[in-house]
Design a protein around this ligand. Sequence first.
Ligand SMILES: [Zn+2]
Length: 233
Amino acid sequence: MFRIKHDYVESKFIACILETYSLSQEHVQLSDSGIGNPVLVKFIEGCYRQFLQSDQDYNFWFDRQIIECSYSPGTNRSKVPDDKIESQPLFLAKRTFKRKQKSEVQYFYPISGSHMYSIKPISIELDPFFEFLKIDIPSDLSTENCPSSINLYKYSNGSIINDHTCPGISDSAIADIAYENDKYYWVLGQVKKIFKCTKFPGQCAMTFLKKLNRDRHESTCRIHTKVTSKMVN
Ligand SMILES: [Zn+2]
């Protein structure tokens, strides 16, 4: 991740341009001294002049919901705020800090999806979110109709649950989505996934924090497990 600098173009504007086009490091030639590609610098300066003349705000100009994530250079992680995602998002890595009692802001590029996290699941509108992920939008996202690039979970009482109705976890999935009634959430780490026994749905209520332990339990699970515990109670 490199810090974005320019003499007069706002770093936020440059971050938006670079993230919009997902420009490669070789193309941008971003280093501690700034953007090394002179053609790109000219292009950005031209766009910035038009942007200032347009009097439009960032979201309108870029036609995206711009979401500024708190980037921490120490951990190289970016925290996504939990605002609802209602249109196609554009994520920026931003660092805010105080120097001499003044608030300073820096932007970094490129933000890395695998280094993004949130404190709680983020409410999303499915259509723009799928557009952002660049995957086809299923007419309705359900456990029977879930693309392999999505891990679909249930969201209940603040927990992400993987039970027998969910299609399971795929290594090729690019996003974890949880649903509760007709609401959908983007799950970005730091949330416990609970694995339910699937052998006797509705009868065995055993849950596990690790899939391996659930699988191990399932290989020996008998319905009488529950009957026994009922008798004990
Ligand atoms: Zn069981």
